[in-house]
Ligand binder design. Structure first.
Ligand code: GLP
Length: 242
């Protein structure tokens, strides 16, 4: 595990964007695993800037997103499909046909999970997976549990996640209770994993996840065992670790 200690959010975003752009420049047909949440927004902004300067070309890039709320269609403002368009895809030359995200409107859980697992397999797996960190240590929507999950599955969101994500909805009652998410094994099988974390509010969970024991109670802790994992965190997020 490698740790890049950034000065602040902007520096963290630039450092993470550097790693992603190197991947795209060296391997223009890369499969990028992408994440939502507020933390990666700065990374996407930086990549957009470099694309606008002519330094990056996404024409051949393929993407798989980690997760989607069950019950929200791609047009819903809080869906992750919408998030990805507004924060990234609409601003670069990616082919939408090359972007993948679980379909939150497919109520047939078995069918949707099998479909998405097939998408990931069909792409030959993920070359570089970008991650944020949930306040309870979740990655994607893999919540604290008794064991680590494998492939795409439907999850009931933890109370902590519903509370954390209610800021994006009119009220807590509007936050979806279920999501589809790629599993921990999918994430662990990515060739490279990069996580962005910022701010003091994440300092305690960063310490637990990366300076404590590996346990499914803190899902992100398993990344300590990944062969090529880089944590890009700012000083505030690392303030309780060292
Ligand atoms: C959501 C997403 C996660 C993300 C987390 C943290 O729950 N499913 O993928 O990492 O939020 O979000 P933020 O970066 O806003 O703290």
């Amino acid at each position: 595990m490698e740790i890049i200690r950034a000065r602040d959010y902007d520096h963290m975003s630039r450092q993470a964007a550097n790693i992603l752009s190197a991947q795209v420049i060296l391997h223009p047909d890369s499969v990028l695993g992408l994440a939502t949440g507020s933390t990666p927004i700065g990374t996407y902004r930086q990549l957009i800037k470099w694309y606008e300067k002519g330094d990056l070309d996404f024409r051949r890039v393929r993407t798989v997103n980690l997760d989607e709320y069950v019950g929200l269609g791609a047009e819903h403002e809080q869906s992750y499909a919408h998030f990805m368009r507004v924060n990234f895809f609409d601003h670069i030359n990616i082919d939408v046909k090359n972007t993948n995200i679980p379909n939150g409107m497919n109520m047939d859980e078995e069918e949707e999970c099998a479909r998405y697992n097939g998408v990931i397999r069909g792409l030959g797996g993920v070359d570089l997976q970008l991650l944020g960190l949930g306040p309870n240590g979740h990655i994607g929507f893999n919540e604290p549990a008794d064991s680590f999950t494998k492939g795409t599955h439907k999850v009931a969101l933890a109370e902590a996640t519903i509370r954390a994500n209610k800021r994006f909805f009119e009220s807590e009652a509007d936050v979806p209770r279920f999501a589809y998410t790629m599993g921990i094994l999918d994430i662990m099988q990515a060739e490279r994993v990069v996580m962005v974390v910022s701010g003091e509010a994440k300092a305690e969970i960063v310490k637990e996840a990366f300076f404590g024991p590996v346990t499914p109670r803190v899902p992100a802790s398993i990344l300590q065992l990944h062969k090529n994992f880089t944590l890009v965190a700012d000083e505030a997020a690392l303030s309780k670790s060292y």
